[in-house]
Design a protein around this ligand. Structure first.
Ligand SMILES: Cc1cc2nc3c(=O)[nH]c(=O)nc-3n(C[C@H](O)[C@H](O)[C@H](O)COP(=O)(O)O)c2cc1C
Length: 224
């Protein structure tokens, strides 16, 4: 295998937040998920589960989530994903990322209706024809979430390798009860994240957004 070619897939994967309506074939989704299942996990426990949502169910889920968002329902995720408390740099990076995205989309920081509309796009799945819900058994431990993260990254790389785009969404996990109810999932399933995916809209400016990354020296220490 050519390492540069493989790494180029990693570099090419950035969140896509606008899609065409072109459907994605079941065969392609199965190939991506089967490959993603090769992810490592503690003692090969493979704790991940994913529900693939398309068609009428996708529309029903999106509409239920939009209703909750429009109605000001307070998100109540099954687990914490907070930057607080955390190192101040984490918060600074998050702010910088958010404001850069607003700038690209022409949203002024004090334009509350535009910011609200921007947030709502999460629940419209950015127009993507496919939405995946990743779930774990309730009570899962940090290590199980680590395994799930590896699986999810594999899914995203598989998506990229197939010429598709996607965006993972904790925002969707904020409405865990609605997700469970709409998809008929057991209450003993924790909703970890959503992921919208499809063919990226090549004309959408938002899809050119690539937030800054740290330099090697800022996140690597060598010990010999
Ligand atoms: C677990 C997880 C949840 C995320 N949730 C959202 C989300 O709800 N909405 C969104 O627009 N982006 C979401 N993102 C995307 C991040 O903002 C994005 O990965 C980060 O800014 C880096 O950008 P890049 O992936 O385009 O390189 C999420 C990413 C991860 C890993």
């Amino acid at each position: 295998m050519n390492p540069a070619e493989f790494l180029s897939v990693i570099y090419a994967r950035h969140c896509q937040r606008a899609f065409t309506s072109e459907t994605v074939s079941r065969e392609m989704l199965e190939a991506i998920l089967l490959a993603a299942g090769q992810a490592p996990s503690g003692k090969n426990s493979q704790p991940w589960h994913v529900t693939v949502v398309t068609g009428g169910k996708r529309d029903q889920l999106s509409s239920a989530l939009c209703d909750a968002y429009d109605g000001g329902v307070k998100p109540k995720p099954d687990y914490d994903y907070s930057l607080m408390p955390g190192p101040e740099q984490w918060l600074a990076r998050a702010r910088n990322c958010g404001y850069s995205l607003f700038e690209l989309k022409g949203i002024a920081r004090d334009d509350i209706p535009a910011r609200k509309a921007h947030g709502r796009e999460n629940f419209e799945f950015f127009g993507a024809p496919v939405h995946m819900i990743f779930h774990l058994p309730a009570g899962s431990e940090r290590g199980n979430f680590l395994d799930m993260g590896m699986f999810m990254q594999n899914v995203m790389l598989g998506i990229t390798a197939h010429g598709l785009g996607g965006c993972p969404q904790f925002s969707v996990a904020g409405y865990a009860d609605i997700v469970r109810l709409t998809l008929g999932l057991d209450p003993d399933q924790w909703i970890v994240s959503g992921l919208s995916l499809g063919y990226s809209d090549p004309h959408a400016k938002v899809n050119t957004f690539v937030p800054e990354r740290l330099a090697l020296k800022d996140f690597v220490s060598w010990s010999a």
